[in-house]
Design a protein. Sequence first.
Length: 532
Amino acid sequence: MDHGTVNPSMKLPQQGITGLGHVYYNYAEAEIQALAVERGEGQNGKGGTFLVTTGKFTGRSPKDKHVVRSAKTENTIWWDNNAAMEPDAFDRLYDDMVAHMGGKDYFVQDLFGGADPAHRLDVRFVTELAWHGLFIRHMMRRPEASELETFTPDWTVINCPSFKADPERHGCRSETVITMNFDRNLILIAGTEYAGENKKSVFTLLNYLLPEKDIMPMHCSANHAQGNPVDSAVFFGLSGTGKTTLSADPNRTLIGDDEHGWSDRGIFNFEGGCYAKTIGLNPEAEPEIYATTQMPGTVIENMVFDPETLELDFNDDSLTANMRCAYPLNYISNASESALGGHPKNIIMLTCDAFGVLPPIARLTPAQAMYHFLSGFTSKVAGTERGVTEPEPTFSTCFGAPFMPRRPEVYGNLLRSKIASHGATCWLVNTGWTGGAYGTGSRMPIKATRALLTSALNGTLVEGQFRKDANFGFDVPVTCEGVDDVLLNPRETWADGAAYDAQAQKLVDMFADNFAQYVPFIDEDVKAAAIG
C-alpha cells in the first residue's frame, strides 16, 4: 500500500489528471483523519470520532444529478427521472474541473462496491477533502494490501466541492452537479460537501449495471437469523423509514443497512459500513448505533456539540434534521463478516405514512408486493433533501427513485422474478403515524414495530388470523403478542372514524393516480392488485 506523497502521473494517467499538488493514496483511517484535522476540515471528538459540518448542503441534491446522453444510454436510461447532459458539456465540465484542481492536494481511495467478488465493482475515489476519504473508506469495501497492488478501477469518482459549475457552459441546473458518463466510466461531483453524494453515486451506478446480469439492486437493509445465513430478510425503504434501526436487531446478524444486490446465489451488501441518522438517537432503543458515536474514526456529520466537553446533542436539529454518523460495519457487534446472505425468506417494505391511514403491518401477495414496490409510498423526512422541513407524502418508485437510472418496471419485474424463483413472504410495514395524521396523531411505537417484525421473521405472525383491509385489500393480522390489538386497526385509533375514512379515501385516490403511469407496462394480475 502506498502512503504519503506520490507523483500523480504514476497513479492517475487513465483519468488524464495531471498537475496536482500532493496526492495521498489509500491512507488508513487514523492517518487520513489526522490529515483532515490538520487541514482544518473538522475536529476530533469523544472517543476519537471526527466532527464535521458540510456547509450549505446537508443533504443530497437529487435535482442536480445527470447522466450523459449517448448511444449507450439513449434507450436504457429512464430520462423522465434522470436529467440528461450532452457529451460535449460533460467534456467541458471535466476539463474545467481538472484545471481547477491543478496544484491542490488530493486524496485517493481504491475501494470495492459489492461484497460478492463475482459481482463487485472496483472504484477509485479522488476527493478534494481528506475527510471524504475517511467517509468513503467506511462506506465502501476495502481491498486487501495484495489486491491494491494490482488495482485497476472500473470507474472513477472525482469529487471537488470547491468547483462551481456553470449551468450554461456545463449543461447542468446549478453550481452543484453530480453527473455520470457511461462512455468514459467517470462520475463527477462538484459544488457540494455533502459526503452522501459519494456513496449514492456508486449505488446509482450499480442500479444501472447489475440488471444486465439479472441481479436485483435494492435500496434496502438486510439481516439473517443468527447462525443461519439462509434465513435472511431485506428491508426496503427510503431514508427515515427505519431501514438502519430495524435491521440492527441484536437477535439477528446484520448484513448491511442501505444497499444490496440479489443474485442467483443470494443477497450481498454493496457497502462496508453504515450511514445512520442520529437525530433523537436513544441509547436504550438503539444501543449499538449509539455506541458508534464515541468510536475511533466514526464520522459525526452536522451534529451540534458542546465545544468544551464535546458532548453531542442528539435533539438539536439547528444545523439539519439529517444529522448522521458513518462507521464501519464491524462496529456493530452482530454484523456479518462476509456481508452475504441466502435468498430472503421475508421481504419488508417500509413506509412512513404521514396520513395515519396504513396499519403497522400487512401481508402482501406477490402481485400486491409489485404494486407497492412500484408505488413506493412514503413521506420524505425533514432534512434528507434540501428544502424538506416536515414530512411530505410522496411516491418514490422502488423505494428509491432518486437512485433509479432505469425504468421502474425493470426493477419491479426483477423483484417479481426473484420472488417467484425463490419464494418469499412480503410485508408492508408502516413506521409513520397512528391515531391521526401528522400534526394530530403520534409516531408508531417502535416497540410495537419491533414486536410485529420479530413475529413476522420467526414465522409466528403468518400462522395467525388475518382480516382483509377495506381500503387496500391486503391482509392485516388481527392480533400479535406484545402489540395492542387496537393498533392493528388504524380506524379504531382515530377519535373520529368518519375523519379516518375521508383520509383513507384521499390516500387511496393518491395511490390510484400515481399508479396510472405504470398500467401500460405491467401484467393483469398486478393491475388487479391495484385499488379498485
